[in-house]
Structures are given as structure tokens and as C-alpha cells.
Design a protein around this ligand. Structure first.
Ligand code: TXA
Ligand code: MG
Length: 347
């Protein structure tokens, strides 16, 4: 299969992409969080193609993307009042809601579950594509299963050239970390995956919200089962072993510098995930700047790109500084910890 790649501002691209989707094909497209790999959400054949292209386990459900808030009624039932309050505040935006599914949503899309994940993305290309196609678009992140999510069309091409029909290139995404996933099917709303819409932001609108305990780093030894099937898989992992170093800034830098030298003697190349503020502190190794600590959003945006860049460089191991475990930082650390397979050293 030849994969068509077109810039989102080329003439006729939406018509072309819409036609592919209507005929059951796959189109990757940008959202504000990461690129999605889209297919018709109500067509179980399209869903099957998505799983096959990604190499994704079929028990891991897809998020359905809509372009109008009221479309939620067509996909979900028993929608509580708090859902509409959240939608008023956060849609379009990086918040995915889990609700009981309507019959027309196939189990092929929901990984066999009675619930469905829905979000309205805040990205013009995505919204226009959904409208033009006149369907709901099921889209997981557009990366091969286990690899870092794609924040640029080039990443999608790297993973899917020859495996999907089309890539709509809308440039680099705005945020870089996947949406917050919130389960509204229990008496208390549960965050199944942290994202840019934080627990505090949700609580300001609907009161108490809890975090799924299984996704917290400190509980990894306990073998709890995360409620979002996708959160149980090792994810986002670069090829080289990644270790997160936590502690006081100078001590972290000293520890990583020492490791770089030790590895060098052993003939090994070391990669470092640093920030604008710290990158000068590393005198050797391959140092990549992920963003600025003073602007947390830049770190979210740079994370997957840097992890992918290391896959193209010859490094034997990678050390990452750690980041504030607050607000948006919780989502950043969640992804980084998963990428590291929870290898964390405190100095
Ligand atoms: O920002 C995003 O959410 C991106 C863009 C493309 O919209 N999409 C994305 O999809 O990250 P994906 O498939 O990579 O992650 C969806 C997560 C998975 O962890 C999945 O297990 C969970 O949401 N999920 C989906 N439906 C669910 C359901 N019915 N119950 C529980 N978890 C669900
Ligand atoms: Mg994903």
C-alpha cells in the first residue's frame, strides 16, 4: 500500500481524506495532543485495521473523536450531569470521557467493553476532517504499539509508511502528551490517565475526582490492574534503557556526569535528557534538551520527540532528569516513568 502524505493546507485534502475514511480506510491526522490514527468508529472492519496497523492488543479500546458536543448522545447513554458540565468547560480539548456505550458502537472499537471513550479535539484539522467525513473517528495515538506517540507527521510516516492510506500533515502538535482519560461510570469520577486537564482543574468543576491507584509509580510493586487497558502496557519506550534520576539539581547533574564517564571507559555511549536550564552542565555524552523547566508545556511538547530522536542515535543507555510531580507534571512524569519501565534512582 502506498501511503499518501499531504499538508493539511493543500487543496482538496479534506475531501480526499474523508473519502478514504468513508470507504473504511485509515487516515492519520493531528490533534492538539498527539497525532491520531483514524478510522470509522462505527465500522468494526476499520477498527480491526487500526489494531493490525499498530500491532496493538485488541483488548485495548480506541477513543472516538467527535466534532460537535451533542454527538456524544449518539455514542453514549446514561450521561450524567457532571459530564455536560465538564464538556462546557473543557471541550474542545484534551479530556476523554468514559461512559456507557450505545448499541451502535461496536465492541471492535471498545475492546469488548460496555463503555466508550469519547473526546472532541481542539484542533482545526481534526475537527474539519470529522465534519467533512460525516462520521465519528476512532483514533488511538498514531504510533506503533509500545513506541512513543507521534507529535509530528514525520513520526507517523516513520511508523506507518506503507501500512495506512493517508497522513494529513498539520505540523507539530500543540501539547505533546495524550488527553486526560476520565471514567464517569462509577459513583466517583476516576482519572485513568493523567493529562493536561489536571485533577485540580476537574475538581474545580465537579468536586471530588480520584486517581486510579494502579497508575501511580509508588504502587507499581503492588500489581494493581489499571482500569484503562492501555495503561498496563510498557509504553513510549525508547530502544536504549532509560533511567530517571531524581534529587537536588546539582546532585542529579553530578551523578549523570559520573555515569557518562564510567560508560565511556566501558566503550558505551550515554544519552542525557536535560533542560534549557541544565544542558550546559553535561560536558560529555549526547545531550538532548527537552524544554524549559520555567515553561512546563515545552517539556510536555518535547518529550516524545526526544525519545524518538534517541532511537536514531547510537546510545547504549539514557539518563533523564526528573520533573515536578504537580499538575501537568504528573502527566509528564507518568509518561517518562512508563518509558523508563519505572527505573528510577534517587541521589
Ligand atoms: O490525546 C489522546 O487521547 C490521543 C489523541 C489521538 O486523541 N489518543 C490516544 O489514544 O492517546 P490511545 O488509544 O493511545 O489511548 C487511549 C487510552 C488507552 O489507555 C485506553 O486503554 C483508554 O484510553 N481507554 C479507551 N477506551 C476506554 C474504555 N472504554 N475504558 C477504559 N479505558 C479506555
Ligand atoms: Mg497511545
Amino acid at each position: 500500500m502506498d501511503t499518501i502524505i499531504k499538508k493539511a493546507d493543500e487543496e482538496g485534502v479534506y475531501e480526499e481524506a474523508a473519502k478514504i475514511l468513508q470507504e473504511g480506510g485509515l487516515v492519520a491526522f493531528p490533534t492538539e495532543t498527539v497525532y491520531g490514527l483514524g478510522g470509522n468508529a462505527l465500522d468494526c472492519n476499520a477498527a480491526r485495521k487500526i489494531y493490525a496497523a499498530k500491532g496493538r492488543p485488541s483488548d485495548n479500546p480506541l477513543i472516538v473523536h467527535i466534532a460537535r458536543k451533542e454527538s456524544l448522545n449518539k455514542l453514549a447513554k446514561d450521561i450524567p450531569k457532571i459530564a455536560w458540565e465538564l464538556i462546557e468547560h473543557f471541550w474542545p480539548g484534551p479530556l476523554t470521557l468514559i461512559l456507557n456505550k450505545r448499541e451502535q458502537v461496536p465492541y471492535g472499537t471498545t475492546g469488548g467493553l460496555e463503555t466508550v471513550a469519547v473526546r472532541m479535539p481542539n484542533n482545526k484539522v481534526a475537527l474539519r476532517l470529522i465534519e467533512e467525513a460525516g462520521i465519528y473517528i476512532a483514533a488511538p495515538s498514531a504510533n506503533l504499539s509500545g513506541k512513543p506517540s507521534a507529535t509530528m507527521a514525520e513520526h507517523v510516516y516513520e511508523d506507518f509508511n506503507g501500512r495506512i492510506d493517508m497522513i494529513l500533515d498539520g505540523g507539530m502538535v500543540e501539547m505533546g502528551i495524550e488527553s486526560t482519560v476520565l471514567d464517569l461510570t462509577d459513583s466517583v469520577p476516576v482519572i485513568l490517565r493523567p493529562g493536561a486537564i489536571t485533577q485540580t482543574m476537574l475538581e474545580q468543576v465537579i468536586g471530588t475526582v480520584v486517581m486510579d491507584k494502579a497508575i501511580l509509580a509508588e504502587n507499581q510493586e503492588m500489581d494493581l490492574k489499571p482500569k484503562a487497558p492501555g495503561m498496563k502496557y510498557k509504553h513510549y519506550a525508547p530502544k536504549a534503557d532509560l533511567t530517571i534520576i531524581t534529587g537536588k539539581r546539582e546532585e542529579v547533574e553530578a551523578y549523570i556526569n559520573k555515569k557518562i564517564q564510567e560508560n565511556k571507559i566501558l566503550g558505551k555511549n550515554t544519552g542525557v535528557i536535560a533542560t534549557i536550564e541544565s544542558q550546559q552542565a553535561y560536558k560529555d555524552g549526547i545531550v538532548k534538551c527537552i524544554g524549559a523547566r520555567s515553561k512546563e508545556g515545552t517539556i510536555a511538547k518535547g518529550l516524545y520527540k526526544v525519545l524518538r530522536e534517541f532511537d536514531h542515535l547510537h546510545v547504549d543507555c539514557i539518563y533523564a532528569e526528573s520533573f515536578e510531580d504537580d499538575e501537568m507534571g504528573i502527566a509528564i512524569m507518568n509518561r517518562l516513568q512508563k518509558a523508563a519501565g519505572y527505573a528510577i534512582i534517587s541521589v
